[in-house]
Design a protein around this ligand. Structure first.
Ligand code: IVH
Length: 706
């Protein structure tokens, strides 16, 4: 497939085809961005495609063609403005994406200049402003021409518009006879928001971001409109000069500032890659508070004589590079909404996205939570995203918060394709066709198929063999999927029949990738080793909704044996009698959990499957702990802070098994406070009251072996 094959694996014909497609796509993107101020892809996508183009060309230099994106800058001037030819071409910058790229930039330059690693080589580092570049020509100190970049050699004459920008002086004193000042026109966040508000109130066009607003405002044929737009300008470079400005980049920037231009205050002289990267990190941290958009940090060789020696490649200087920030928000197209069916039958909608880089990671899926979320409502029916629903074909904004699954932040209704229909959430399970029901007050729709639903069955089986459950060596999620697909394992009981059914005909298993005599026998042995199972693990392994590890432990302790549990659950079906009361009376078991337990275990098909499983097992009864020897029996303990070696529920269950009473707050009655990292007011109160405080390790040492 195009764009996805490893560059190393491309044949020449494939490379040629892909380069042609990339050239066409990038050319379209360029026109949309520069010519129409209305991008069809994000900067991150554009960069990724350009990088791909460069990589392919590096491998197949013979395929570089005249239209190659690596030889183009920007887009031709749009009609409407007169053309202005640049005396010195306006170039773009090559990109660095990580510290290794920055090291390589330094190495490349040293090699080119014949400097060894010990010799000093200074660079400047400054924010890369996300606006549009502008070249200002001053003759005898008077502004005579302002031109956009255009295609790099010819831009648009926007002199009248540029004169309306406050940061751009009309007259300079003591300037060289010819001076072309280059820099970035941009709009601050505050001005951008106010402009959009005014536009909205007046029924005019609003802008997607400050860059588009700046570009749209500068490229107005009527300069009085530009005047009404709050544009700003940072100077950072120069074109034609009748005499040099200084010996260094820093010196030249200081001259520009002295002429009255705004220069960026975060420009810093650095002694090498390490310092560049630390300044990059500092700027990245300040980014949200700058009040204007930047999309990276630009590094330049400081000495201007060295810049001159280094010179240019076709479209970029050798002496500078832009170290880009990873985008944390990105727009992309929603291609499909898939429904996944989980272990408990929950139907979870998943957004399938056109791949996009978000925070440096390519994202192609995002969670859509549930049907209300898609419809633009929260669980209480209140509007989210201003009530905008999400439809297949929409442009959506994706974000990643921490390490969690990507989410969708926003929808661009302006880009909604004609005919895009509201998403209809299925009322039947897409995997098995059973009815999918949404209980009152529940945000989630669930498939009623149980183990008859293949999706639920596989997820249940994966849970069954997972770590807190049967934890069978060599039987993980991947193997379960494979065995289920082959029809070898349909329900948990089948796992324990594998040896009997397929062991003699090991041949079948052996023929499969990754399986031999030894590994198959090992697997069967690992399964046999788990026939003996503690009651709590068995309950947890059944994967009933709401019945987690802690609750399983409590139930095991309360009922002691499997037989007793089954009998009691059967009797609790009336949800009112003594057994029911006894069940919901178990500390930590509420009516919701109890209801789920009873419903699952008394559902005939599910119960039959459980019975088939249990025949293969030797279930260890749960005994009340030996509280006589327990040092914490009868003591009141409180947990606070982060526990690192167990969950809070596990800690609580274990303490209770040892006869301790677990309380939620510290008082004079508290005997022990177990405080993990981040403990706050409870630890302080315990200290004030003189309550004994242990860390998690000390607590575990105290109860060890019990
Ligand atoms: S230096 C010869 N410095 O980024 C190269 N460019 O991707 C001169 N930009 O076309 C450019 N901030 O529009 C330079 N501090 C900065 C910049 C900057 C933004 C823009 C500029 C350039 C583009 C390259």
């Amino acid at each position: 497939m195009l764009f996805s094959t490893d560059v190393e694996k491309l044949s020449q014909a494939e490379a040629q085809e892909e380069l042609a497609a990339l050239a066409a796509l990038l050319a379209r993107a360029n026109v949309a961005y520069h010519g129409q101020d209305d991008p069809i892809m994000t900067d991150a996508q554009f960069d990724a495609l350009r990088r791909r183009n460069t990589q392919i060309e590096a491998r197949f230099p013979e395929l570089i063609h005249a239209q190659s994106p690596s030889l183009q800058v920007g887009a031709p001037a749009a009609d409407g403005f007169s053309k202005a030819k640049h005396a010195v071409a306006m170039l773009s910058l090559s990109n660095a994406f990580d510290p290794a790229d920055v090291e390589e930039f330094d190495t490349r330059i040293r090699r080119y200049l014949g400097l060894d690693a010990q010799q000093a080589l200074a660079y400047t580092a400054e924010p890369k402003i996300d606006g549009l570049s502008l070249s200002l020509r001053y003759e005898d100190g008077r502004l005579v021409l302002a031109a956009t970049r255009g295609d790099g050699s010819t831009g648009e004459n926007v002199t009248a518009n540029a004169r309306t920008i406050g940061d751009i002086p009309h007259q300079l004193s003591n300037a060289p006879a010819v001076l072309e000042v280059r820099g970035e026109v941009y709009m601050s966040h505050q001005d951008f928001a106010a402009l959009n508000q005014r536009q909205d109130a007046a029924g005019g066009k609003t802008f997607a971001n400050p860059r588009n607003a700046a570009a749209g405002s500068l490229r107005q044929l009527d300069a009085t409109i530009t005047r009404a737009r709050p544009l700003r300008f940072f100077a950072y470079a120069w074109g034609a000069l009748s005499e040099p400005l200084a010996k260094t980049q820093m010196g030249a920037i200081a001259r520009l500032e002295a002429f009255g231009f705004k220069v960026n205050p975060l420009t810093k002289l650095c002694d090498g890659p390490d310092e560049l990267i630390s300044h990059y990190n500092k700027i990245d941290e300040m980014r949200a508070d700058l009040g204007y958009d930047i999309d990276g940090v630009v590094y330049k060789v400081d000495a201007l004589d060295l810049q001159a020696r280094l010179g240019f490649r076709s479209t970029t200087p050798r002496w500078a590079i832009a170290h880009k920030f990873a985008a944390e928000l990105a727009w992309t197209r929603l291609e499909a909404i898939d429904i996944q069916v989980g272990r408990t039958g929950a139907l979870s909608p998943v957004a399938r996205l056109a791949p996009v880089t978000v925070g440096g990671v390519v994202v192609s899926n995002a969670t859509l939570h549930n049907e209300d979320y898609i419809a633009g409502r929260d669980s209480k029916g209140a509007a989210i995203r201003d009530g905008k629903d999400i439809r297949v074909g929409d442009w959506v904004q994706v974000y990643r918060a921490g390490d969690v699954i990507p989410k969708i932040a926003d929808v661009d209704l302006g880009k909604r394709p004609a005919g895009a229909a509201p998403f209809v959430f299925p009322a039947q399970c897409p995997q098995c066709g059973s009815d999918a029901i949404r209980d009152e007050g529940d945000a989630v729709r669930r498939c009623l198929g149980g183990m008859a639903c293949p999706a639920q069955a596989v997820e249940k089986l994966k849970h069954f063999v997972s770590r807190g459950a049967f934890d069978i060596d060599g039987l993980g999620a991947k193997q379960v999927e494979q065995f289920h697909a082959d029809g070898w394992i349909r329900e948990p009981a089948d796992i324990f029949e594998l040896r009997a059914r397929y062991g003699s005909g090991l041949q079948q298993l052996k023929n499969r990738e990754g399986w031999g005599d030894k590994s198959a026998t090992k697997l069967f042995d690992a399964i046999d080793a788990k026939r003996n199972i503690p009651l709590a693990r068995l309950i947890f392994a059944l994967g009933m909704r709401h019945v987690g590890q802690a609750a399983s432990g409590l139930l095991a302790l309360h009922y002691g044996s499997w037989e007793h549990l089954c009998k009691s659950v059967d009797q609790a079906q009336d949800r009112g009698g003594e057994s029911w009361q006894d069940l919901i009376g178990v500390d930590g078991v509420g009516a919701v959990l109890a209801g789920s337990l009873v419903a699952s275990m008394t559902q005939p098909a599910e119960r039959a499957a459980i019975d088939r499983l249990v025949r293969h097992l030797d279930i260890e009864t749960a005994t009340q702990p030996d509280t006589q020897n327990s040092p914490v029996a009868g003591k009141t303990v409180v947990f606070t802070g982060t526990l690192e070696r167990m969950t809070r529920a596990e800690a609580k269950a274990r303490a209770e098994r040892l006869g301790a009473k677990v309380a939620g707050s510290v008082s004079a009655k508290t005997d022990i406070l177990i405080a993990g990292p981040g403990a706050g007011s409870k630890a302080k109160k315990a200290a004030d009251l003189g309550v004994k405080t242990l860390d998690e390790d000390a607590w575990l040492a105290l109860i060890e072996g019990l």
